[in-house]
Design a protein around this ligand. Structure first.
Ligand code: NAI
Ligand code: OAA
Length: 267
């Protein structure tokens, strides 16, 4: 059985806990939450058959098989970097955070010192295996469009780009590089950053973000061109009820990745 510590217990974290109850090979024995929220989250988890321990940091002597981050950018600094230094393998879902200058290099260096690995999960997008393989032969372009219902763009610069509450047509709220998208839309730029890291980088990946009042889904589209040929993907993700910015596929992507660590065959 794999012993997992999970950072963050929000929309994704709760979804992961729910689905892992059915897998005897995987146990989330501990969740790391922000200081002050231990009691509330502890009470929420107490109803589960085997509730994880709720802590605000990884105990000094703890050595989980895997540390799963589903919390946000700050958690990488606070918890992932020190865990890598200790030799704990980490799985990361807040890939948008890696657009912060220097962070990829710091994570790689920490993993190297700890003689361990860091795995970036595809989350809400598919086709990362093909894109990353296509890079080997050389890529010419990667263009990504993210289309979400207006409510998913609340508390983002999309509010200044248009009147989210009253638009009646699909409206472009951002066009630019993946680097700029990640800076301005950090909670919505995980897919753009993942495509960039697998493909041609943050500066050459072109991003368009759209608020669409006619869409109930988080739609991720990309086209890649290169020596391998061409590739188009159109993924219509159902948003999680607990967080409309987040697609349900992100939870399933985590379950798949954890299963690949625990089961005899990985796919
Ligand atoms: N790679 C991908 O395709 C996707 C990645 N994400 C990312 O996954 C992360 C989680 O998403 P959701 O669960 O939807 O968000 P959420 O807001 O529902 O939950 C995040 C939880 O993490 C906790 N948290 C924040 N900072 C923390 C810290 N330093 N230590 C411990 N806990 C901390 C918060 O209290 C909250 O409960 C976000 O960073 C989001 O951007 C989300 C969707 C897709
Ligand atoms: O659809 C999702 O779950 C999240 C998303 O767009 C992103 O972070 O890029």
């Amino acid at each position: 059985m794999l012993h997992i510590t999970m950072i963050g217990c929000g929309a994704i974290g709760l979804g992961v806990l729910e689905l892992l109850e059915q897998d005897p090979h995987l146990l989330v024995e501990r969740v790391i939450v922000p200081p002050g929220s231990e009691e509330a989250i502890g009470q929420r988890l107490a109803r589960r058959s085997s509730p994880p321990q709720v802590v605000t940091a990884l105990p000094e002597d703890a050595r989980p098989d895997l540390l799963l981050e589903c919390a946000g950018h700050q958690a990488l600094e606070e918890h992932v970097l020190p865990a890598l230094e200790k030799g704990i393998a980490c799985l990361i879902v807040s890939v948008g955070a890696l657009s912060q200058p220097g962070l990829v290099e710091r994570l790689e260096a920490a993993a190297e010192r700890g003689n361990t690995r860091i795995e970036l999960l595809p989350g809400a997008i598919g086709g990362i295996d093909a894109l990353s393989a296509a890079r080997v032969g050389g890529l010419d372009s990667v263009d990504y469009t993210g289309r979400k219902p207006p409510r998913a763009w609340k508390n983002t610069p999309g509010e200044q780009a248009c009147d989210l509450e009253h638009i009646s047509e699909a409206t472009v709220i951002f066009q630019g590089s993946a680097r700029e998208a990640a800076r301005l839309y950090p909670r919505n730029a995980n897919v753009a950053a993942t495509l960039s890291l697998a493909g041609i980088g943050l500066d050459r990946t072109r991003v368009t973000l759209i608020a669409d009042p006619h869409s109930e889904e988080n739609v991720h589209q990309f086209q890649a061109r290169g020596a391998f040929g061409g590739f188009e993907l159109n993924l219509r993700g159902r948003p999680l009820a607990a967080n409309p910015k987040t697609s349900a596929l992100t939870v399933y992507s985590i379950i798949r990745a954890l299963g690949n660590h625990a089961h005899g065959i990985s796919i």
